[in-house]
Design a protein around this ligand. Structure first.
Ligand SMILES: C[S@@+](CC[C@H](N)C(=O)[O-])C[C@H]1O[C@@H](n2cnc3c(N)ncnc32)[C@H](O)[C@@H]1O
Length: 304
């Protein structure tokens, strides 16, 4: 199945003298998005959403959320670590379990199974897809979100950079450890088919790292379509905000992602990992390097 390409254009206006991003420039994107979504208007004693104000006509306050909790099906979440929040709605339950162990749910109980960001975590992805299939009721859906963790750029600006080298070294390390390292659409489609799923759908989102995109035209933030009327300044703001947010989380994650795999499974010393991470940070802040990571959302149905 071919996946639609969304090419991002570089904003030439920010490609200025020294070519580096600074924290104050980046924080304006993340700070403004926070305020624009949390500044809730109140009306007739009820509270309403702030982002796209007026679009949804029903409140978002605690009273409404309590009502909605009664409508939802049971949601079961699974992780190796007990790191999930303890204050959760009554229909949500987290269990500590290895998702790669045999699933012991009886009578295929689930209507919907969702897995995301399992790259670099699990080892046997085809088996995970097949266990999800068997745990679904007939007609149930399995949705999987994931990153192609291999760095890309539309203009070749990441080629040969420290970021490029780091990315390859770390991914090779995980691959040697037997981990599933990157979402590849053709492989995923095959695994869904092998497990027995039909109605396979997939979408690709090219997520910039940094505020370099010019971003004129049609924009989506993940699965949320930006309305026609919000194009122009807002569309630019959307891709730049996405790129800033991606940069913040990636910077924060670099060392944690590399340290154990390179020191436990490879011959690296912690200081060597830290030096490499520092070099990658420099590339992250360099406006002339335009990294993109492809993110995929796919789903398929167990036949009725
Ligand atoms: C990159 S995080 C993704 C977290 C979560 N899916 C999300 O998107 O918010 C990977 C998570 O997978 C968990 N994990 C790794 N291997 C696992 C396994 N075999 N079984 C269950 N959880 C696992 C880790 O503990 C970690 O919390």
């Amino acid at each position: 199945m071919s996946v639609a390409e969304q090419r991002l254009e570089v904003d030439s206006e920010i490609d200025d003298a020294d070519g580096f991003y600074y924290d104050d420039q980046l924080s304006s994107y993340t700070a403004s998005v926070t305020k624009s979504v949390t500044n809730f208007p109140e009306e007739n004693g009820r509270r309403y959403h702030a982002f796209c104000e007026g679009r949804y006509l029903i409140p978002n306050d605690e009273r409404e959320n309590n009502r909605l909790d009664h409508l939802h099906r049971m949601v079961l979440g699974n992780d190796l670590s007990p790191i999930q929040p303890s204050f959760v709605p009554p229909n949500v339950k987290f269990i500590v379990d290895d998702v790669e162990a045999d699933w012991v749910y009886e009578n295929s109980p689930f209507d919907f199974i969702h897995a995301r960001s399992v790259e670099l975590s699990i080892k046997n992805m085809p088996r995970l897809v097949s266990q999800a299939y068997r745990a679904l009721k007939p007609g149930g859906w399995f949705e999987c979100h994931g990153w192609d963790t291999r760095v890309q750029s539309f203009d070749g600006s990441t080629n040969g950079t420290s970021l490029d080298q780091f990315n390859q070294i770390v991914l090779d390390g995980f691959a040697k450890g037997g981990y599933y390292t990157r979402f590849e659409p053709d492989k995923m489609e095959q695994w869904y088919a092998d497990a027995g799923f039909n109605k396979f759908h997939i979408r690709k989102y090219s997520i910039p790292l940094g505020t370099w995109p010019k971003d004129k035209g049609y924009v989506r933030i993940l699965n949320f379509p930006v309305k026609e009327s919000q194009k122009g300044a807002n569309s630019e703001y959307a891709q730049k905000t996405l790129g800033a947010s991606h940069l913040h989380q990636a910077e924060e994650g670099l060392e944690g992602m590399a340290m154990a795999v390179l020191t436990r499974l490879g011959q690296w010393k912690p200081e060597e990992v830290r030096i490499m991470v520092a070099n990658v940070r420099m590339d992250f802040r360099n406006r002339r390097i335009h990294p993109v990571f492809n993110f995929y959302v796919c789903y398929g149905q167990r036949p009725e």
